[in-house]
Design a protein around this ligand. Structure first.
Ligand SMILES: O=P(O)(O)OC[C@H]1O[C@H](OP(=O)(O)OP(=O)(O)O)[C@H](O)[C@@H]1O
Length: 253
């Protein structure tokens, strides 16, 4: 399904449907502008499809904005993922696929949503390195990384993270001496989780430490990661990165 997006100088986005049939929207979805772009496309498509109930509309979001804000962190603060989910639900897509959501709460709040698995990209990194031990950085990552380790027949070393005044405190539950380690997580923001964990893995004798994250945001702290991590594997769900330190798997053009 072809559509055209026009952006006005004041920031307004408008859409035009260029052909008939089922609608498939593939978008990063990592900005409020993207959400309004999706809404414009769906509104234009709905206007053409009021009579035809045969056609379906599907949405694929590669990096859902606000996915970490999956609760009200403090009284009097907004619950941002709930607002975003309300907005997407109002568009009434028949299916919504979300690549590697931060938690199951995104899938619970967004109607007709299911996760698009990150397994194929972890497998590519796993094969490129050559049978590393998988490391899950925190309780949130443990469940999905455990499932991936089972599928790959790989060893898994869980670690636990608590944040003290925002700074991650790490404890590793396994032997990594002389082993190549692949940390697997959903996203890197400032990267402190991974610099601390990689430093601790190396202190415990790990040979090399690699990082896989689906959503490579690297909003700050990117250069510091080079001190303790040997190479990063990620998708381009959040942005395209040109750096020899990073291997990016393309999910969106
Ligand atoms: O690159 P960094 O800035 O270190 O952030 C990345 C980490 O933060 C997120 O978890 P978060 O601490 O938000 O998990 P939570 O939902 O359990 O609080 C994410 O799953 C990573 O583990």
């Amino acid at each position: 399904m072809q559509y055209d997006i026009k952006k006005f100088k004041d920031g307004q986005v408008a859409a035009k449907i260029l052909e008939e049939g089922d609608l498939q929207v593939h978008i990063r979805g990592n900005s409020y502008e993207d959400l309004f772009t999706i809404a414009a496309i769906k509104e234009a498509w709905d206007a053409e499809n009021t009579k035809s109930k045969m056609n379906t509309a599907s949405l694929t979001i590669y990096c859902l904005i606000g996915q970490r804000s999956d609760r009200r962190f403090n009284p009097k603060e907004s619950f941002d993922l709930k607002i975003i989910a309300h907005f997407i639900n109002a568009m009434r897509f028949d299916t919504v696929q979300i690549l590697h959501p931060h938690s199951a709460i995104s899938l619970a709040l967004i109607e007709n949503a299911k996760a698009l698995p990150h397994f194929p990209y972890v497998k590519k990194a796993f094969d490129a390195i050559g049978n590393p031990v998988l490391v899950s950085p925190d309780a949130g990552a443990y469940k999905t990384t455990h499932e991936i380790a089972e599928k790959l027949n790989a060893d898994l070393v869980p670690s636990n993270k608590v944040r003290v005044k925002g700074a991650p405190q790490i404890s590793i539950q396994g032997d990594v001496k002389g082993k190549d380690c692949l940390i697997v997580d959903d996203l890197a923001d400032g990267g402190r989780t991974f610099t601390f964990l990689a430093a601790e893995l190396k202190a415990q004798g790990a040979a090399k430490v690699f990082l896989y994250v689906t959503h490579a945001q690297f909003n700050y702290g990117f250069e510091e990661l080079k001190e303790s991590i040997d190479h990063i594997y990620c998708t381009n769900s959040f942005k395209d990165i040109e750096d020899g330190f990073v291997t990016q798997f393309t999910v969106i053009k």
